[in-house]
Structures are given as C-alpha cells and as structure tokens.
Design a binder for this molecule. Structure first.
Ligand SMILES: NC(=O)c1ccc[n+]([C@@H]2O[C@H](COP(=O)([O-])OP(=O)(O)OC[C@H]3O[C@@H](n4cnc5c(N)ncnc54)[C@H](OP(=O)(O)O)[C@@H]3O)[C@@H](O)[C@H]2O)c1
Length: 426
C-alpha cells in the first residue's frame, strides 16, 4: 500500500487535532479507506511548545511543505491571508493538492485559487472553511451541482449564535452575554470579527460562490453586526412569535447575486429558529430539491479536524487512484447585485409622542413609498407608547427611505430598532 505524506501548516486548535488524529487513527483510517496517511511535517512558529506530537516532524519553514518530496498533500490551518496565500499558491503550482480551513483566504481569493488548482490538475478543498464540522461545501460542489439554488441562509458563526441564544432565553443584555461568552471561551478577547458579522460575511461569500457560481468580494457584502441589539428587541420578537438570529443570506436575483449579513427576525416555526448555542446551520432552498438543512458544530478543533481529514482523504484518493480525482471547480468573479432592489420585510420598534394623528402620519410615510404595513401594535399609552410595525415585503431601498422618513417625523421620539424579517411571507 502506497503511503501518502501529509504536511500541515499550523498545529493550533485545528492543526493539532488533525495531526493527532492522523497519528492515533492511522490504522483505523487505513482499514476504513484503504489509504495509509502519514503526517510527515507540521509547521509552527514556536517549536518549544509541547503539542503531544513527535518532535522530529515539527518544523518552522512554511515553504518547506512545498519543497519536501515526502509531503504529497498540503494542509493549511494557520489562518490569515499571508503567508497562507503564498503557501497555497506555491503548493498548487507544484502539483500538490491543498486542503484549508481558512475562510478568510478562501473568501478573498477563492476564484483565483480554484483556477490555479484546475490549471494544475489538483484539488483545492476547503470543507472546514464554512460550518466547521458540518459537511456543506462538498454537498454544494457535488450533490447539488445540478440544482437551481434560489437562496442560502445560514447561521455560520457560533459565537454570535451563542450570544443571541443567551439574550433571547435569559433576557440579559449584550454586554453581559459577551462577557459570559468570553469567560466560557465562546468569544475571543477581541470579538470584533464575530460580532460585526465579518466572519459570517466571509462564509457567505463562499456559500454564494458555490451555490451560484459567482464570487462577490467580501467587502461588497452588506453587513450589520449584533452589538446594537437590546433586550427590548428580543421581547418584541417574542411578542411576534419570532426570535433573532444573525443570518448570512445569499440569493440569486435578476440583477445579480446579493449577499448580506444582519440580525434577522425569523418565526419560531422556521427550521433555523431552533438552532441554539454555538451550533451552526445552513438552510438551502432549491427549485427541485425543496428545503435542506445542514446543522452541527460550526467550530472546535476536533469537529473542524473531521472536515479537514475528510478533504485530506479525498485528496489522497486522487493521488493513489488518479481516476477518482476531485473534478475541478471554476467560479466567476461577479458584480454584487443591487440589494436596494431586493424585496425585504422590516420590523420597526418606534417610540412615539402622545399626540393626535401620529399613527396617520406614520402610515403616510410608509404609504408614500409603496410600503404596506402588515401589522402594527402599540404597547403602553401616552408619552411612553411604543409601536411595533411589521411591513410587508417591499424593495429594500423603499424600506430604508421609510425608516429615514420616520426618523424625521416630529411625533416620533426614536426609531429604537429596525430589523429585517425572513421566513415570514412566502
Ligand atoms: N478553531 C476552529 O474552531 C476553526 C473552525 C473552522 C475554521 N478554522 C480555521 O482554521 C484555521 C486555523 O485555526 P485555529 O483555531 O487552529 O488557529 P490557531 O489555534 O491560532 O493555530 C494556528 C497555528 O498556525 C501556526 N502559525 C500561524 N502563523 C504561522 C506562521 N507564519 N508560520 C508557521 N506557523 C504559523 C501557529 O503556530 P504556533 O502554535 O507556534 O503559534 C499555530 O500552531 C484558521 O483559518 C481558522 O479560521 C478554525
């Protein structure tokens, strides 16, 4: 049996778990797959740290993974754009399959890296880049390759889903749940990439690229984070029979692919509403297949290493039996579609003055822009009255203008929040 040499850049949460799995499970993998996989070089920055790995395979030069003839498959689990990008390009050009978990790199340079891989005739695989341990990339690339996908909606960031679940279930405020998430290790000391929606945006770009064949730039994704959410938003959502999730949504419109990340009200009956804690889920709507839900652990060394290991096995199969090599995938770089033209539904929480004609003036703002009101409810009376307005679907641009119009009304004290809804209207 031919042994396939594996080189791993990075031995942190994911790389460390992968290297140990390759060593501990070598026999089991061989028996199950017929492949003998051997970790031959593991590259880190700090060689002094004990990682429970044989010291002779620990190294520090990333590019040695390309020149080392004993390395047949290169795994990049360092993170960041550089030197990860240089390593991936050099390895692919040298004819070595590459496996990565690096969503930031794949989102930023996916089409280029896939094209280099296709030209070199080797696979570039990134199952772990979205949804950690959830198999979602291979289903999109292979099982759903012939499906006309209309929309992909995902809870693709475990940190924020943990925090939103806690806010929804305990009534605690943002600062308290962030502090708790940091204490428990669900949130980084600097949580910006997660709470701002940046991490979700990278994953949304990858999902959109594979679902629609069009790769938009991560900087074009409309992005709103969760830091402005208040307990009152969750109380309002509950009154409407909804909950709030940070959704990454990608859809094909006549004007192009629109990708967005924002807090979203979804009905409690929606399959994504029951996705709690750090769990991730991706919901796909296809013309022929209907609705699909993929759910599971979106992070963690071991679950993520499972996805990476699956890709390593695919790549190794292609080396041992070239006829089963993973077919090349090419995607186009595309212009982002016009979000303003997309039909969205909004829920607005408005503090109003106790004066005659207020409701008529508010309704007039919506009516003048062609946005119809689905429901309006009032909590409290007099000067402390709060209105909760849910609109019917209307172009995003009109919804934003209505929001601006309300902010400008003298009888409106404050538009306390404006959150989009999904899954409420067919
Ligand atoms: N953690 C997860 O649950 C998860 C889930 C899905 C995807 N991912 C992705 O997987 C990748 C790795 O994540 P992680 O959590 O495993 O990261 P991590 O724990 O920070 O580990 C990074 C590893 O890369 C090494 N490294 C970084 N820069 C290097 C350089 N220039 N030269 C040599 N070695 C270098 C580090 O070496 P030292 O140990 O010496 O510092 C460390 O071993 C990232 O792209 C991440 O987005 C992670």
């Amino acid at each position: 049996m031919e042994t396939v040499g594996i080189g791993i850049a990075g031995a942190g949460n994911v790389g460390g778990a992968l290297a140990r799995r390759l060593i501990d499970d070598r026999k089991a993998i061989r028996e199950k797959t017929g492949l003998d996989l051997e970790p031959r070089r593991v590259v880190v920055r700090d060689t002094a740290r004990d990682r429970g790995l044989p010291p002779e395979i620990i190294a520090t030069e990333v590019m040695d993974l390309v020149s080392d003839e004993g390395v047949d498959v290169v795994v990049e689990v360092m993170g960041g754009i550089e030197p990860a990008g240089d390593l991936v390009v050099a390895a692919l050009k040298a004819g070595k399959p590459v496996v990565t978990a690096n969503k930031e790199l794949v989102a930023a340079r996916g089409p280029e890296l896939l094209a280099i891989a296709a030209d070199a005739g080797v696979p570039f695989l990134f199952e772990a880049a979205v949804g950690g341990g959830i198999p979602i990339i291979a289903p999109l690339m292979e099982s759903l390759a012939g499906e006309k996908i209309r929309r992909v909606m995902g809870i693709v960031n475990g940190t924020t889903n943990y925090m939103l679940t806690a806010m929804s279930e305990t009534g605690a405020d943002y600062a308290a749940v962030l502090a708790e998430a940091q204490t428990l290790g669900y949130a980084e000391a600097d949580p910006t990439a997660d709470v701002s929606g940046m991490d979700s945006a990278s994953k949304a770009v990858i999902l959109a690229g594979l679902a629609f064949g069009v790769w938009v730039s991560p900087s074009e994704v409309h992005r709103e984070g969760i830091d402005g959410l208040e307990p009152a938003d969750f109380a309002a959502a509950a009154r409407l029979g909804h909950t709030i999730k940070l959704l990454a949504v990608a859809e094909a419109t006549s004007g192009g692919v629109v990708v967005r990340v924002h807090p979203t009200l979804i009905p409690l009956t929606h399959p994504l509403a029951g996705v709690r804690g750090a769990t991730n889920a991706v919901y796909i709507e296809g013309d022929s297949v209907g609705q699909l839900l993929f759910a599971g652990p979106g992070a963690g060394g071991m679950p993520t290493a499972t996805s990476v290991l699956g890709d390593v096995i695919s790549a190794a199969r292609g080396i041992v039996a070239p006829s089963v090599v993973v077919p090349p995938v090419r995607v186009e770089v595309g212009e982002h579609g016009d979000f303003g033209a997309l039909e969205t539904q909004w829920c607005l929480r408005i503090e109003v003055e106790d004066a005659p004609g207020v409701l008529a003036r508010i309704a007039g703002v919506f009516g003048s822009l062609g946005v119809s009101i689905k429901s309006m409810r009032q909590d409290g009376r007099g000067d402390g009255a709060t209105l909760l307005i849910v609109t019917h679907a209307a172009p995003e641009a009109a919804q934003r203008k209505a929001h601006e119009g309300l902010v400008g009304l003298s009888s409106v004290r404050e538009v306390a929040s404006a959150i989009r809804l999904e899954g409420d209207e067919a």
